[in-house]
Design a protein around this ligand. Sequence first.
Ligand code: B12
Ligand code: SF4
Length: 478
Amino acid sequence: MRVLFVFHHLYMEPLGIMYLSSVLKQAGHETELAVIKEQDVVGAAQRFRPDVVAYSLHSGVQQFHLALNTRLKKEMSFFAAFGGPHPTFFPEMIRDENVDGLCLGEGEDALLDLVLRLERGQPLDNLQSWWLRSNGEIQRNPVAPLIEDLNTLPFPDRALMRSKEHLLRYEGQRSVMTARGCPYNCSYCFNHAYAELYHGETKRVRRRSVDNVIEELIELKLDHNLRFVYFADDTFNMGHEWLAEFAQKYPKKVGVPFLCNIRANLVTLEQMRLIADAGAHSVCMGIETGDEHLRNVVLKRGMRDEQIHQAAQITHDLGLRLFTTNMLGIPTGSIEHDLETVRMNQRIKPHATMVALLQPYPRTKIRDFAESRGLLQGTAEDIPSSFNWVTLIKMDTRERRQVKNLRHLFVFFVQAPWLMPAARFLVSLPLTRLYEVLGMVFNGYLVNTHIFKQATSFKSFWRSIRFRFKETWPFHIK
Ligand code: B12
Ligand code: SF4
């Protein structure tokens, strides 16, 4: 069978579809990838003649995917399969009459089962994890259990990306996941909703063995121009024994600098030393908000100010680069709370920051919270493709301008605290577009050079700026 994956926009390697592609190829099927923002997807599909078109999407890009699918359906006949975070948390999208089926949750076994049934011409009854449309009826099947042993999975299909390398943001960087899942329940994140979907039946966090991870990395080192690794695990700093073994093997067998995500409340000097000894170059730590009440009561982060300060201090002491993630426009918060987030970053001195406006994604607790307080506007269909600029949290015009401006100026206030006395004035000016460009250029520079260890060349700088701008371009069918 021929399966065409469709993805909206490349930035880092899309590990989800790369895993799906590997599983299909292992079973003898053919796969291809078409990227909406870069390619004529209709032409690519006409050339490849897929039996299945597999769309992978997050919330915000669904309308475009549905329109593209309708267009493709007019040109050729295929099974239209949808999966990824949006269909998982908003399966109501099956109402679109051109969606043949959508997969909730993990997709490896589910997609393989579907393709096998289609190949054999068997009926699609009781296909676990799928909502299917047949003869105008919707069949809703329960999710299959999560894959317990991740070592049984083949490595992600890097060959799928071979002709698309130039579309990724960073040259020589590979994404790798050592684990799936996170034990925390932050109200804005998909993890608690995922646990509900699986009714707590499978272990929430599953981690590959160190040897299995190292084997993948050795392959990457041999076959690809591996210069930097991004461990995309939700929370990397878990499991002392695992980290100790990793710290012992990674430097000898791989020895390439990496970035990983950490949670401040789990940080200890001993554990961070293991991560540093393994060869980490940078760590990404979620601050989200400088206000402890908002952080713990509204966002359910379970993390005190003191823990954040200590974790940052340890990171600096070990010579690691610190990257923080932050959110503005949190429901029931105000510009004062957002300025507190700036102040916290000033105190802990990150090398670069990432700032987004809080986006209440479908099935998240923060969405219910915002709705119950009358702070939600629009529906799941109104979510924009990126949460960095537009949010469905209700604000008046003045507040919205302040929050957007602060988002763009955040990096300047953090790196140059002497600007703070002018902060309230600067964020009130109608200069959003100018701030956006300035912030994008300055923060892009800091992220590239400090966090992802890219050369300070004009080429690498231009490549990343081009990506940031491209993310904001509207979709169109070529
Ligand atoms: C790494 C990451 C990124 C990276 C790279 C994303 C990429 N292009 O791959 C970066 C930092 C660029 C990023 C950006 C964004 N991300 Co992101 N990201 C993640 C993260 C942490 C890991 C993704 C991953 O590789 N997962 C591992 C793979 C194995 O899982 P998967 O992708 O879900 O795929 C599995 C299933 O979903 C399913 N599946 C997927 N597609 C399909 C298709 C079919 C047909 C089938 C059958 C099954 C199927 O099978 C796969 C294998 O089991 C996830 C959280 C998470 N842990 O998943 C958030 C997450 C996906 N991101 C999210 C968001 C919102 C974004 C942004 C929109 C944020 C923004 N800046 O505006 C952007 C999107 C920009 C873009 N162009 O992609 C949300 C999505 C929420 C939602 N309801 O849609 C998530 C869930 C985090 C969260 N907030 O809860 N992200
Ligand atoms: S710690 Fe990170 S990945 Fe885990 S639930 Fe919270 S936001 Fe999600």
